[in-house]
Write a protein that binds this ligand. Structure first.
Ligand SMILES: *Cc1c(COP(=O)(O)O)cnc(C)c1O
Length: 432
């Protein structure tokens, strides 16, 4: 096993993904290509489902955050595993709907949903709209009225928490574009307005504190603040929340320096916290929901590239360039994210060649990693970046007119195309 169960090395020294030889896969599908081990995705879904039921209670269901990887075939798998889904744009709603995902199991998020977005969500029969602010609440109330429907909602609340993760992925602090803050009193006003709105059915509250969180402290803090809020709303307005959704954010191990996470132990500990806090507040426990995205798909994915130029700048460093880069994985450029990278053709050889891994774009910042060590590659060698199942395909672009790689699913020892490789014709498809 290399870092995660989806990755191993076979007798020929080749990296295997979901048990299949990455060199054979590359011959079949070309490079670069994204691979996703569906058995591992299903295992994570089952882990969340079972442990939420056990430790949060029977009404608690995990909600897959589709922004991590949003494709039809994955929604089908999420539906088969009995999870709910969170969508953050009408495009994601459309994808879920096209996959036949049960729309009543969808939560629709976003800090700036347009009237058209809200209309589309109501027409599709989305189960819950997570209303982000007062303007949206009034707009939704009016749109629902015009359609002769009620909109069932959660209200997005900002609990005011710093989860000590990367600045750009903190979302639960007071000064945020998301939600209404408890600290400023605006959250209570928000509840009052929702309860007064004719065509709005309030089901509960939502918050999301951030991403890539490795210990339960930020979630515990969110639980304390949010349950105290639920209790205050109950005593002031006589409204008891049915659902408390505390968002996504469980971390994933990208490199050996990241801690290993025992998800079950975390969920158990959180479940105990919920019970203790509810007992202390003398509050019936709402259905507890969480929205894992990254942790369901990231560690099941890898991207395989072919090496082109290998160059040592005398006195400086060695650059290894591959046939992809920031268009298929912008996360190093955006966040300085670190990955485990292996020479996929000699995955068992000592990783003794220090280099910078560069993409193919005309952009100096187009790097995938710096200061990494891999077995020395040469032109034609396959390289794999591990743990790319989340926020890679979903963040991909066509910068430099580079067609996006295919997404290949691997399940039960079989590979199949979930998304085909883009062609040059696809790149021109929207042009007159
Ligand atoms: C991004 C996001 C998630 C998923 O976060 P992960 O870190 O991928 O688990 C869940 N809920 C909301 C509202 C989000 O914005």
């Amino acid at each position: 096993m290399l870092l995660h169960p989806s990755f191993d090395v076979n007798d020929q020294g080749h990296l295997t993904i979901g048990g299949l030889d990455s060199a054979v896969l590359s011959d079949t599908y070309g490079t670069p290509a994204y691979y996703l081990d569906i058995d591992a995705v299903r295992a994570m879904c089952r882990m969340y489902k079972k442990n939420f039921e056990t430790y949060f209670g029977g009404a608690s269901t995990p909600i897959y955050a589709g922004k991590a990887l949003c494709i039809k075939k994955l929604y089908s798998i999420i539906a088969e595993e009995g999870l709910m889904a969170d969508c953050v744009s009408p495009g994601e709603l459309h994808t879920a709907h096209a996959a036949g995902f049960p729309m009543e199991k969808v939560f629709f998020h976003g800090n700036n949903k347009t009237d058209a977005d809200l209309t589309y969500a109501l027409e599709l029969g989305v189960g819950h709209i997570v209303v982000d602010g007062l303007d949206e609440l009034h707009a939704l109330n009016a749109i629902a009225g015009n359609l002769g429907k009620n909109a069932t909602v959660l209200l997005r609340i900002t609990p005011g928490i710093d989860p000590h993760t990367h600045q750009k992925i903190i979302t639960g602090n007071v000064d945020s574009k998301f939600g209404m803050a408890i600290q400023t009193g605006q959250a209570m006003e928000f509840v009052k307005a929702a309860l007064a709105a004719e065509n709005i059915v309030l089901d509960g509250f939502h918050c999301h504190v951030g991403s890539q969180i490795f210990d339960i402290a930020p979630f515990r803090e969110a639980a304390e603040i949010m349950l105290a809020f639920v209790a205050r709303v109950r005593s002031e307005y006589g409204f008891m929340a049915k659902i408390l959704n505390i968002g996504g954010g469980f971390g994933v191990r990208y490199t050996e320096e990241d801690p290993e996470i025992d998800y079950e132990a975390n969920i158990r500990a959180l479940g105990e916290e919920f019970d203790a806090i509810c007992a202390e507040l003398n509050l019936p426990k709402p259905a507890i929901m969480m929205e894992p995205g990254r942790s369901i798909v990231a560690a099941a994915g890898a991207t395989v590239y072919t090496v082109g130029t290998v160059k040592t700048v005398t006195g400086f460093r060695s650059y290894v360039s591959v046939d992809g880069g920031m268009p298929d994985n912008p996360r190093y450029t955006l966040y300085g994210s670190r990955y485990t990278i292996v020479n996929a053709d000699r995955a068992d050889a000592p990783a003794d060649f220090e280099c910078t891994l560069a993409g193919r774009c005309c952009e100096s910042g187009d790097l995938l990693a710096e200061g990494i060590r891999i077995a020395r590659p040469e032109r034609g060698t396959h390289l794999a970046v591990l743990v790319t199942g989340a926020y890679n395909h979903s963040m991909a672009s066509n910068y430099n007119r580079i067609p996006r790689p295919p997404v290949i699913f691997i399940e039960n020892g079989q590979s199949s195309v979930a998304v085909r490789r883009e062609t040059y014709e696809d790149l021109l498809a929207l042009e007159d």
